[in-house]
Design a protein. Structure first.
Length: 153
């Protein structure tokens, strides 16, 4: 059973959210590793993605464009800093706003506890976009949950 999300801010540059997904860690990890699946759920509600480069390996690049529901386009580039199947994905978002996103997956009685820890390089930027980031992160996890359940995000 999926549990209600929780989110908290820690300091000026860290954003965290957590929930339990009713799927095993390997299945959740694969939703990050498979670009076709990841493109379906990555980003906030209404967004779609076009992946130009997706090198799912430590040091690999991930270059993509997010397309907003209002027709906007947002180029992004990240580097995979660490990958430990099925327990961790660490991404350095090297385009602005710069941050490191550490995703941990842990087996639990209900499936997988997922922790999303996003640390921004610049605390002032993190504070300025907090009103966007916090709901967007929750929407991202909602979309992941939907895809894992076989639903459209």
């Amino acid at each position: 059973m999926d549990t209600a999300p929780s989110q908290k801010s820690v300091g000026g540059s860290m954003r965290r959210c957590h929930r339990v997904l009713s799927h095993p860690p390997q299945r959740v990890f694969e939703a990050f590793a498979d670009p076709g699946v990841l493109a379906r759920w990555w980003g906030p509600d209404g967004f779609t993605n076009t992946f130009e480069v997706f090198e799912f390996r430590v040091g690999g690049r991930w270059k993509y464009e997010m397309h907003g529901p209002n027709g906007s386009h947002h180029p992004n580039e990240s580097i995979f800093l660490d990958l430990k199947a099925p327990s961790a994905v660490v991404i350095h978002h090297v385009s602005k706003p710069r941050y490191v996103l550490e995703i941990t997956l842990a087996e639990c009685a209900g499936g997988t506890a997922i922790e999303w820890a996003q640390e921004f390089e610049d605390g002032a930027v993190a504070d300025r976009i907090r009103h966007i980031v916090e709901p967007a992160n929750e929407q991202n996890l909602n979309r992941l949950q939907a895809v894992l359940a076989g639903e459209a995000p």
